[in-house]
Design a binder for this molecule. Structure first.
Ligand SMILES: NC(=O)c1ccc[n+]([C@@H]2O[C@H](COP(=O)([O-])OP(=O)(O)OC[C@H]3O[C@@H](n4cnc5c(N)ncnc54)[C@H](OP(=O)(O)O)[C@@H]3O)[C@@H](O)[C@H]2O)c1
Length: 281
């Protein structure tokens, strides 16, 4: 039997790249998409080291180029006949105090972290509906369950993804389609350095939150422990191989701690504790 086909968005680095390799190790053929295939070298090297370079092909795809996504998906189906897994992974985190963010910056955050996944999913659904099978795995975040200070638009985009996916799961289950949310805590990837995006006004000394933002940035660099992102990639591969996965998978000790603190501690105590912990009180 030919390999199952997995499509990964944002495969040029981090969780997307590592998941592409882990899925290939588990027998999938990977269509690894990235907005700039000129950045494929790290994926190629990692795949080669794992001995799966022949099981991965790279295609150009920017998930905010909404009009082109159905055509890209049609091209994959034309060449591979099916799509068994869609890993909606591409994303970034826009930081800055909520008061300082421009509407356009918040829109950009949603275009990538929410609407991009919506349009990709809608393009793939008819294929999976016809197959009567398929996994749609959303890389959400603990920030989609627990609001995180200084990344309000990121949290909001992940909350939106959580709500949309929860409904999609119910609507598509009887069609043989499995929608899954992966909710990582902090894992070491480019999201913390190369891909950091900060709101333009948040960076200026005119921002009334300038000093608190500086303290927060220091705290993130110094005190946030980031785990090995291969843990998330292995979880993604395990979900893709499970014919009946759950809706949600939290991953990372920090994610578990935040989740339970938020659930168990009264809100008024919780909000003070968080502001103090991230040094913005
Ligand atoms: N690392 C963490 O601590 C953590 C925690 C919770 C959730 N997550 C989630 O994990 C996912 C992957 O992030 P990561 O941590 O692996 O960070 P990363 O290393 O920065 O990877 C992000 C990937 O998304 C791609 N991307 C961004 N915008 C895109 C677009 N418009 N079209 C296509 N690709 C695009 C980037 O491509 P370029 O190379 O072109 O920039 C890159 O490949 C994100 O959804 C993020 O929210 C991460």
């Amino acid at each position: 039997m030919s390999s199952k086909i997995a499509v990964v968005t944002g495969a040029s680095s981090g969780i997307g790249l590592l998941s592409a390799v882990e899925l290939a190790k588990d027998g999938f053929f990977i269509v690894a998409t990235m907005r700039d295939p000129g950045r494929r070298q790290h994926l190629d090297e990692t795949a080669k080291a794992a001995g799966v370079q022949d099981k991965i092909e790279v295609r150009q795809l920017d998930i905010t180029q909404f009009a082109s996504l159905p055509q890209s998906v049609a091209g994959i189906v034309r060449d591979h006949q099916r799509i068994d897994v869609l890993l909606n992974n591409a994303g970034f985190a826009m930081s800055g105090f909520a008061e300082d963010m421009h509407l356009e910056e918040i829109r950009q955050q949603f275009e990538t972290n929410f609407f991009g996944h919506v349009v990709m999913t809608q393009a793939v659904l008819p294929v999976m509906r016809k197959q009567r099978s398929g996994h749609i795995i959303m890389v959400s975040s603990i920030s989609g369950l627990v609001g995180q200070p200084v990344v309000s638009s990121y949290s909001a985009s992940k909350f939106a993804l959580e709500g949309w996916s929860e409904v999609l799961r119910i609507e598509t289950h009887s069609l043989g389609i499995r929608v899954v949310l992966v909710e990582p805590g902090a894992f070491k990837t480019d999201i913390w350095d190369r891909n950091v995006r900060i709101g333009a006004f948040a960076l200026t000394p005119e921002s009334p939150n300038h000093e608190r933002a500086r303290r927060f940035a220091q705290w993130v660099q110094k005190d946030v422990h980031k785990r090995d992102a291969r843990e998330v990639a292995r979880l993604v591969a395990r979900i893709a191989c499970d014919p009946n996965p759950s809706l949600r998978y939290r991953i990372g000790r920090d994610a578990t701690v935040q989740y339970w603190l938020r659930k168990l501690i009264p809100w008024k105590t919780y909000e003070k504790m968080v502001a103090k912990a991230v040094q913005i009180d």
